[in-house]
Design a protein around this ligand. Structure first.
Ligand SMILES: Cc1cc2nc3c(=O)[nH]c(=O)nc-3n(C[C@H](O)[C@H](O)[C@H](O)COP(=O)(O)OP(=O)(O)OC[C@H]3O[C@@H](n4cnc5c(N)ncnc54)[C@H](O)[C@@H]3O)c2cc1C
Length: 500
């Protein structure tokens, strides 16, 4: 029997398979800097090739770990098995169609998010998913993690932007569910199983995404507020005052801002002096000439008169707005420069955000005196990132050894207030224990049942989300070759391409 590597090279050609350790290295290290292991990287460029990779790996009993932009923050795309096939989607990077009348785009999994946004803009439309890693992360990874980002309060998470999916199943079959339907109540909504499943149930190869009218007017401001409750009251006021035009509403506490200003070259406080809490607010509309800047200026002046806002500055142009966003987005990647760091991504119902932050700050200060808490993120979605930096001058190892304790405080506070321990980054391999601890046995049982039904051999991304099942002997010839595998197709929608 030919080796898996030989069979894959035959099927994908030399450019489609990497096995030299030096070539594998960049794929085996993600943002969390943990080293992974795999046998090879497969780089298919069509859905049929993806199906062939999965079927061949299954035939050889080798795990398959899908990887997109490798920007995930839970190590979900990093394999840890010397037999694993890392399935990189980067060559599946075509925008198959844009249909302006239907407000849809069909994009392959390997399309970089920023490229999807640019393609929509070229067609005078908006693909509203936007996040700090958008220059590297890919549509498949966004959907597999149900990414959130900057504009969830207006447009929803990645899941809400999907009408249809094309998926390669763990046995190598292709499911074509690329239906451009806004209404379709025909049994179970199968695509929902794969959205947010982090590559554990199948490989997303393409998606039919919803688009919006392009933004024609935008206003962005940096605002000082006294505390998170004032921020929430301001959000409520701005939503009503602007006809619900708030598209982003982010918060940063004093430590988050201090880190951004200290470590970002050339960065300055946008306001006259450091403030305990800052809000970055953006209003946007597809209606040109509505003068959102004037509206925002007026609304903030009123809020200042009412004591809700302490200080504010409006971005005068796109460059200034980009500088505000840089403080928020790039600043959030720099906490490691302050030494040992523990990251958390919880969410709570909006009204509980003030209690949540106060409780975390209080409990962390008691447990680790001197630890510095960065509380920042998508307050408009109730999603507050909590990054805890070691006390200045403390022993880094000693601090990191207390990870479980600090995590327990943060996650425990979120769950006690009706929240989630993982709002947008997923579970990957870093939060499996937390999932087992905070989700009910009935929920864990349902997830395990689904996994067993779709992937009985356990080859899709084992050891991620759910604990890895015990290893099973390979079942040679159990699966049909990918090219002859049945293709379950939905009716092909009529599409108008961007070019036409
Ligand atoms: C600077 C920075 C800022 C970020 N900001 C945000 C933010 O605001 N909001 C947010 O939600 N996330 C954020 N993230 C996390 C990350 O960018 C997102 O989770 C993103 O959606 C991951 O996409 P990716 O292509 O990099 O996926 P990867 O990291 O490659 O993979 C992530 C998971 O998806 C699986 N996967 C990847 N592609 C496929 C596929 N085609 N089919 C099936 N499974 C697949 C992988 O196996 C893995 O489990 C940020 C990350 C960074 C580094």
């Amino acid at each position: 029997m030919p080796t898996l590597q030989d069979s894959l090279r035959d099927r994908l050609g030399p450019a489609g398979v990497l096995s030299d350790p030096a070539d594998l290295a960049p794929y085996l290290r993600g943002p969390l800097r943990v080293e992974g292991r795999c046998a090879l990287v497969a780089r298919p460029s069509t859905v049929e090739e993806v199906a062939a990779v999965v079927a061949l790996a299954a035939e050889h009993g080798c795990p398959v770990v899908p990887q997109g932009g490798n920007t995930g923050l839970c190590d979900g795309a990093i394999p840890d098995d010397p037999r694993a096939v890392l399935l990189h989607l980067g060559r599946m990077n075509r925008i198959r169609a844009i249909d302006p009348l239907s407000y849809t785009m069909t994009a392959e999994a390997g399309v970089i998010l920023a490229h999807a946004q640019a393609a929509a803009a070229e067609a005078d439309l908006l693909f509203p998913l936007s996040l700090g890693a958008e220059g590297s992360c890919q549509i498949g990874g966004n959907l597999a993690t149900n990414a959130g980002g900057r504009s969830v309060l207006r447009y929803g998470s990645a899941r809400d932007l999907v009408l249809g999916l094309e998926v390669v199943l763990p046995d190598g079959r292709i499911w074509n569910g690329l239906r451009a339907l806004r209404k379709d109540n025909t049994g179970l909504d199968l695509k929902q199983m794969f959205l947010g499943s982090e590559g554990t149930l199948g490989v997303i190869t393409a998606a039919l995404l919803t688009l919006e009218p392009r933004v024609a007017d935008r206003a962005c401001a940096f605002v000082a507020v006294a505390d998170p409750l004032a921020a929430l009251r301001l959000l409520d006021r701005l939503r009503r005052r602007s006809g619900d035009a708030v598209s982003s509403f982010e918060i940063m506490n004093a430590y988050s801002m201090a880190v951004a200003v200290r470590h970002l070259p050339g960065a300055l406080y946008p306001l006259s002096s450091p403030t305990p809490w800052s809000v970055l607010v953006e209003l946007s509309s597809s209606r040109a000439g509505g003068d959102l800047s004037a509206l925002l200026t007026e609304a903030l002046a009123e809020a200042m008169d009412d004591g809700l806002v302490a200080d504010a500055t409006l971005a005068q142009n796109e460059a200034q707005a980009a500088a505000f966003w840089k403080l928020r987005d790039e600043g959030a990647t720099l906490y490691w420069k302050e030494g040992g760091l523990l990251l958390h991504d919880p969410s709570v119902p909006l009204a509980r955000v003030p209690d949540f932050i106060a409780r975390v700050e209080r409990e962390v200060a008691l447990a680790v005196p001197g630890a510095r808490v960065a509380a920042f993120g998508h307050i408009g979605d109730g999603n507050i990132h909590i990054c805890v930096s070691q006390p200045e001058g403390a022993d880094k190892r000693g601090f990191l050894a207390r990870k479980a304790e600090v995590q327990g405080l943060v996650y425990g506070a979120a769950v006690a207030l009706g929240g989630s321990f993982s709002a947008e980054h997923g579970i990957g391999r870093t939060k499996i224990d937390a999932l087992a601890r905070y989700r009910a046995p009935v929920e864990l049982g349902l997830m395990a049942t689904l996994k067993q039904a779709l992937d009985p051999a356990g080859i899709m991304n084992p050891g991620k989300v759910l604990p890895a099942p015990p290893p099973q002997a390979p079942a040679p010839q159990a699966l049909p070759p990918a090219l002859t595998a049945p293709v379950l197709t939905a009716p092909v929608p009529t599409v108008v391409t961007a070019a036409s």
